[in-house]
Design a protein around this ligand. Sequence first.
Ligand SMILES: Nc1ncnc2c1ncn2[C@@H]1O[C@H](COP(=O)(O)OP(=O)(O)OP(=O)(O)O)[C@@H](O)[C@H]1O
Ligand SMILES: [Mg+2]
Length: 305
Amino acid sequence: MSMQGKDPENFTIGQNDANGETDCVTDVGTPLIKADGVTYSYRNGEQVSRGVTDVSLSINRGEFVVILGRNGSGKSTLAKLLNGFLVPDEGIVTVRGIDTADDDKIFEVRSVVGMVFQNPDNQMVASVIESDVAFGPENLGVPREEIEERITDALETVGMEKYRKGSPNKLSGGQKQRIAIAAILAMRPEVVILDESTAMLDPKGRREIMDTVLKLKREKGMAVVLITHYMDEAIAADRIHIMNDGGIIASGSPAEVFGNEDAVRRAGLELPVAAKISLDLKKAGLDIGFALTDEELAEEICALK
Ligand SMILES: Nc1ncnc2c1ncn2[C@@H]1O[C@H](COP(=O)(O)OP(=O)(O)OP(=O)(O)O)[C@@H](O)[C@H]1O
Ligand SMILES: [Mg+2]
């Protein structure tokens, strides 16, 4: 269920009871991840540098969330806060109601929120694809028969089953990144965060990853958080957050966020191509509506008198 247009504060999350146990989450509208007033700074000796400041957001089941922002705006810091890799200085992050600052539960947090990074080569641990995908579940202590099943399922999901016995070295960038996603899927997370996972890929590789992301959402009901520099990848999002200087400066549907010219400009972002053309044509005096996708732009142009 999408949370668009709803106040995240009105959704109850699994609360810690007096024993520190977490209630089972039953509401499908419950945020899987909730960040509330989160601030984090990096400290190297005397030097302190801002990572993120007072960030609040929620990620719901089955939601496709895109985070946009220029270099150094805090996207990766936020991603690492969402899976407990970093712990906030101020504020709180909960994953299925568990505080990520709770050291005893960090394993559970990481098993709910999987992360895929930019460079697929750094994420490969084994020389045979199926061993690479097995690595995560093996570490989780999953029984051997179930690992086999998970490998098959994960590789089928990313469309790489036929490469199972092969070596990752021979694959294209997009294929390697799909294996990296499969390795995360084999741990059966509920949310996958992709931090610029398409940045090093050619257009075909990027398309493969986007198709995989949309499939995870559609067929597995998984939540996906995609951090990207590519505006066209953001068009399919349920919700977009724009970051600037460590804070979120705009949130909403793609139409809402890309319609917010001020925020887009402040964040130093480009508009998706169709949106830019539709706005340019409007400025040139044509009676044309706002278009996000190429299809919408074609419709708008055909409807011109
Ligand atoms: N390990 C670190 N030590 C010190 N400062 C850091 C560290 N990592 C990030 N920062 C600082 O935190 C701020 C946010 O960085 P972050 O990597 O989260 O941004 P980003 O939006 O992911 O950037 P990019 O698009 O380049 O990946 C930046 O000012 C950066 O210099
Ligand atoms: Mg980054």
